[in-house]
Design a protein around this ligand. Structure first.
Ligand code: SAH
Ligand code: MG
Length: 211
Protein backbone atom coordinates (compact mmCIF):
# COMPACT_ATOMS: atom_id res chain seq x y z
CA UNK A 1 0.00 0.00 0.00
CA UNK A 2 1.37 3.38 -0.94
CA UNK A 3 -0.91 5.53 1.17
CA UNK A 4 -1.39 5.11 4.92
CA UNK A 5 -3.38 1.88 5.46
CA UNK A 6 -5.78 3.62 7.86
CA UNK A 7 -6.51 6.36 5.35
CA UNK A 8 -7.04 3.76 2.67
CA UNK A 9 -9.37 1.71 4.82
CA UNK A 10 -11.41 4.79 5.68
CA UNK A 11 -11.75 5.82 2.03
CA UNK A 12 -12.74 2.30 1.03
CA UNK A 13 -15.33 2.13 3.80
CA UNK A 14 -17.16 4.94 2.01
CA UNK A 15 -17.36 3.00 -1.29
CA UNK A 16 -20.72 2.14 -2.72
CA UNK A 17 -21.51 -1.59 -2.71
CA UNK A 18 -20.73 -3.59 -5.82
CA UNK A 19 -23.45 -5.54 -7.61
CA UNK A 20 -23.65 -9.03 -6.16
CA UNK A 21 -21.99 -10.80 -9.13
CA UNK A 22 -18.95 -8.51 -8.86
CA UNK A 23 -18.83 -8.79 -5.10
CA UNK A 24 -18.65 -12.56 -5.39
CA UNK A 25 -15.85 -12.32 -7.96
CA UNK A 26 -13.88 -9.96 -5.78
CA UNK A 27 -14.03 -12.45 -2.91
CA UNK A 28 -13.00 -15.27 -5.27
CA UNK A 29 -10.03 -13.21 -6.48
CA UNK A 30 -8.90 -12.56 -2.94
CA UNK A 31 -9.17 -16.23 -2.01
CA UNK A 32 -7.34 -17.39 -5.13
CA UNK A 33 -4.70 -14.65 -5.14
CA UNK A 34 -5.77 -13.17 -8.46
CA UNK A 35 -4.42 -9.60 -8.57
CA UNK A 36 -7.56 -7.70 -9.53
CA UNK A 37 -7.94 -3.95 -9.33
CA UNK A 38 -8.04 -2.62 -5.76
CA UNK A 39 -11.07 -1.00 -4.23
CA UNK A 40 -9.77 2.57 -4.29
CA UNK A 41 -8.61 2.14 -7.89
CA UNK A 42 -12.00 0.66 -8.85
CA UNK A 43 -13.67 3.81 -7.61
CA UNK A 44 -11.39 6.05 -9.67
CA UNK A 45 -11.79 3.89 -12.77
CA UNK A 46 -15.59 3.92 -12.48
CA UNK A 47 -15.65 7.66 -11.89
CA UNK A 48 -13.58 8.27 -15.03
CA UNK A 49 -15.80 5.98 -17.09
CA UNK A 50 -19.00 7.65 -15.91
CA UNK A 51 -17.46 11.01 -16.73
CA UNK A 52 -16.03 10.05 -20.12
CA UNK A 53 -18.97 7.86 -21.24
CA UNK A 54 -16.81 5.86 -23.66
CA UNK A 55 -18.34 3.67 -26.35
CA UNK A 56 -15.35 1.41 -27.02
CA UNK A 57 -13.15 0.26 -24.17
CA UNK A 58 -9.95 -1.75 -24.61
CA UNK A 59 -8.55 -3.67 -21.66
CA UNK A 60 -5.15 -5.35 -21.67
CA UNK A 61 -5.07 -7.98 -18.91
CA UNK A 62 -8.47 -9.62 -18.23
CA UNK A 63 -7.46 -12.03 -15.45
CA UNK A 64 -10.86 -13.51 -14.46
CA UNK A 65 -12.93 -10.71 -15.98
CA UNK A 66 -13.56 -8.61 -12.88
CA UNK A 67 -12.56 -5.18 -14.18
CA UNK A 68 -14.02 -5.86 -17.63
CA UNK A 69 -17.42 -6.45 -16.03
CA UNK A 70 -16.94 -3.52 -13.67
CA UNK A 71 -16.30 -1.16 -16.61
CA UNK A 72 -19.25 -2.56 -18.57
CA UNK A 73 -21.49 -2.22 -15.52
CA UNK A 74 -20.97 1.55 -15.24
CA UNK A 75 -21.23 2.35 -18.96
CA UNK A 76 -23.00 1.46 -22.20
CA UNK A 77 -19.64 0.70 -23.77
CA UNK A 78 -18.44 -2.40 -25.50
CA UNK A 79 -15.40 -3.81 -23.72
CA UNK A 80 -12.72 -5.72 -25.64
CA UNK A 81 -10.39 -7.46 -23.21
CA UNK A 82 -7.23 -9.47 -23.82
CA UNK A 83 -5.77 -12.33 -21.74
CA UNK A 84 -3.07 -14.87 -22.50
CA UNK A 85 -2.92 -17.29 -19.57
CA UNK A 86 -5.12 -20.38 -20.04
CA UNK A 87 -5.85 -20.82 -16.33
CA UNK A 88 -7.22 -17.26 -16.19
CA UNK A 89 -9.00 -17.57 -19.52
CA UNK A 90 -10.94 -20.55 -18.26
CA UNK A 91 -12.38 -18.51 -15.39
CA UNK A 92 -12.86 -15.40 -17.53
CA UNK A 93 -14.86 -17.27 -20.19
CA UNK A 94 -17.14 -18.74 -17.55
CA UNK A 95 -17.61 -15.46 -15.66
CA UNK A 96 -18.31 -13.43 -18.79
CA UNK A 97 -20.77 -16.03 -20.13
CA UNK A 98 -22.76 -15.82 -16.88
CA UNK A 99 -22.51 -12.05 -16.51
CA UNK A 100 -25.49 -9.69 -16.86
CA UNK A 101 -23.20 -7.39 -18.89
CA UNK A 102 -21.44 -10.25 -20.72
CA UNK A 103 -23.10 -9.44 -24.06
CA UNK A 104 -21.04 -6.23 -24.18
CA UNK A 105 -17.71 -7.94 -23.46
CA UNK A 106 -15.48 -9.57 -26.07
CA UNK A 107 -12.72 -11.75 -24.67
CA UNK A 108 -9.72 -11.99 -26.97
CA UNK A 109 -7.36 -14.87 -26.24
CA UNK A 110 -3.63 -14.50 -26.81
CA UNK A 111 -0.59 -12.36 -26.09
CA UNK A 112 -1.68 -8.74 -26.34
CA UNK A 113 1.58 -7.82 -28.06
CA UNK A 114 0.61 -10.15 -30.89
CA UNK A 115 -3.17 -9.76 -31.10
CA UNK A 116 -3.08 -5.95 -30.93
CA UNK A 117 -1.32 -5.95 -34.29
CA UNK A 118 -4.60 -6.92 -35.96
CA UNK A 119 -6.77 -4.49 -34.02
CA UNK A 120 -8.24 -1.54 -35.89
CA UNK A 121 -9.91 0.43 -33.11
CA UNK A 122 -10.54 3.21 -32.53
CA UNK A 123 -10.98 3.05 -28.77
CA UNK A 124 -11.95 6.00 -26.61
CA UNK A 125 -10.89 4.37 -23.33
CA UNK A 126 -8.00 2.00 -22.57
CA UNK A 127 -7.30 0.19 -19.29
CA UNK A 128 -3.75 -1.14 -19.28
CA UNK A 129 -3.32 -3.75 -16.54
CA UNK A 130 -1.03 -6.54 -17.79
CA UNK A 131 2.64 -7.53 -17.37
CA UNK A 132 4.27 -4.50 -15.76
CA UNK A 133 7.58 -4.95 -17.59
CA UNK A 134 5.85 -4.77 -20.99
CA UNK A 135 3.97 -1.50 -20.71
CA UNK A 136 6.41 0.36 -22.94
CA UNK A 137 6.03 -2.31 -25.65
CA UNK A 138 2.24 -1.98 -25.59
CA UNK A 139 2.39 1.77 -25.99
CA UNK A 140 2.86 2.08 -29.79
CA UNK A 141 -0.19 -0.16 -30.29
CA UNK A 142 -2.22 1.81 -27.78
CA UNK A 143 -1.26 5.14 -29.36
CA UNK A 144 -2.29 3.87 -32.78
CA UNK A 145 -5.63 2.52 -31.50
CA UNK A 146 -6.69 5.50 -29.36
CA UNK A 147 -8.73 8.26 -30.94
CA UNK A 148 -8.00 11.90 -30.10
CA UNK A 149 -9.28 12.69 -26.60
CA UNK A 150 -9.22 9.03 -25.57
CA UNK A 151 -8.25 8.22 -21.99
CA UNK A 152 -5.56 5.72 -21.04
CA UNK A 153 -5.64 4.44 -17.46
CA UNK A 154 -2.57 2.44 -16.46
CA UNK A 155 -2.61 0.38 -13.26
CA UNK A 156 0.18 -0.68 -10.86
CA UNK A 157 2.66 1.95 -12.00
CA UNK A 158 4.27 2.56 -8.61
CA UNK A 159 4.75 -1.06 -7.53
CA UNK A 160 3.71 -0.64 -3.92
CA UNK A 161 5.68 2.58 -3.83
CA UNK A 162 9.00 0.75 -4.19
CA UNK A 163 9.47 2.27 -7.65
CA UNK A 164 10.34 5.58 -6.08
CA UNK A 165 12.88 4.06 -3.66
CA UNK A 166 16.51 3.15 -4.15
CA UNK A 167 17.16 0.87 -7.09
CA UNK A 168 19.44 -1.25 -4.92
CA UNK A 169 16.80 -1.98 -2.32
CA UNK A 170 14.90 -4.36 -4.59
CA UNK A 171 15.56 -7.78 -6.10
CA UNK A 172 17.31 -7.99 -9.43
CA UNK A 173 14.15 -9.10 -11.22
CA UNK A 174 12.17 -6.24 -9.75
CA UNK A 175 14.99 -3.87 -10.67
CA UNK A 176 14.48 -4.69 -14.35
CA UNK A 177 10.71 -4.24 -14.07
CA UNK A 178 11.28 -0.96 -12.22
CA UNK A 179 13.68 0.30 -14.84
CA UNK A 180 11.15 -0.46 -17.57
CA UNK A 181 8.29 1.06 -15.61
CA UNK A 182 10.31 4.23 -14.99
CA UNK A 183 11.00 4.42 -18.72
CA UNK A 184 7.27 4.00 -19.43
CA UNK A 185 6.33 6.70 -16.92
CA UNK A 186 9.00 9.07 -18.23
CA UNK A 187 7.71 8.54 -21.74
CA UNK A 188 4.01 9.10 -21.02
CA UNK A 189 4.78 12.22 -18.97
CA UNK A 190 7.12 13.73 -21.61
CA UNK A 191 5.59 12.88 -24.98
CA UNK A 192 3.72 15.63 -26.85
CA UNK A 193 1.03 13.09 -27.70
CA UNK A 194 -0.28 12.61 -24.16
CA UNK A 195 -1.28 14.69 -21.18
CA UNK A 196 -0.52 12.52 -18.11
CA UNK A 197 -0.96 12.64 -14.36
CA UNK A 198 0.37 9.96 -11.99
CA UNK A 199 -1.59 9.29 -8.81
CA UNK A 200 -0.64 7.26 -5.71
CA UNK A 201 -4.02 5.54 -5.75
CA UNK A 202 -4.09 1.78 -5.19
CA UNK A 203 -0.79 0.47 -6.52
CA UNK A 204 -0.23 3.70 -8.46
CA UNK A 205 -2.28 4.80 -11.46
CA UNK A 206 -1.37 6.91 -14.47
CA UNK A 207 -4.13 8.81 -16.26
CA UNK A 208 -3.34 9.98 -19.78
CA UNK A 209 -5.38 11.77 -22.42
CA UNK A 210 -4.45 11.55 -26.07
CA UNK A 211 -3.85 15.04 -27.45
N1 SAH B 1 -7.64 -6.25 -15.05
C1 SAH B 1 -7.85 -7.36 -14.13
C2 SAH B 1 -6.56 -7.84 -13.51
C3 SAH B 1 -5.49 -8.18 -14.50
S1 SAH B 1 -4.10 -8.99 -13.76
C4 SAH B 1 -8.81 -6.89 -13.03
O1 SAH B 1 -8.50 -5.85 -12.41
O2 SAH B 1 -9.82 -7.53 -12.79
C5 SAH B 1 -3.01 -9.00 -15.13
C6 SAH B 1 -3.36 -10.04 -16.19
O3 SAH B 1 -2.66 -9.70 -17.37
C7 SAH B 1 -2.93 -11.46 -15.81
O4 SAH B 1 -4.04 -12.32 -15.82
C8 SAH B 1 -1.93 -11.84 -16.91
O5 SAH B 1 -2.03 -13.19 -17.30
C9 SAH B 1 -2.33 -10.90 -18.04
N2 SAH B 1 -1.26 -10.60 -19.00
C10 SAH B 1 0.02 -10.25 -18.71
N3 SAH B 1 0.71 -10.01 -19.83
C11 SAH B 1 -0.15 -10.20 -20.87
C12 SAH B 1 -0.03 -10.13 -22.29
N4 SAH B 1 1.14 -9.79 -22.86
N5 SAH B 1 -1.11 -10.40 -23.04
C13 SAH B 1 -2.30 -10.73 -22.45
N6 SAH B 1 -2.47 -10.83 -21.13
C14 SAH B 1 -1.41 -10.57 -20.34
MG1 MG C 1 -3.81 -4.09 -11.67
Amino acid sequence: MITDPGVNEYINSLSADLPEYLDRLEVYAEEHHVPIIRKEAQNLLCFLIREKKPSNILEIGTAIGFSAQLMASVSDAHVTTIEKVEMRLKEARKNIAQSPVGDRITLVEGDALKVLEDFKGPFDFVFLDAAKGQYLNFLPHIMRLMEKGALLVTDNVLQEGSLAGSKFAVERRDRTIHMRMREFLYHITHTDELDTVILPVGDGMALSRKL
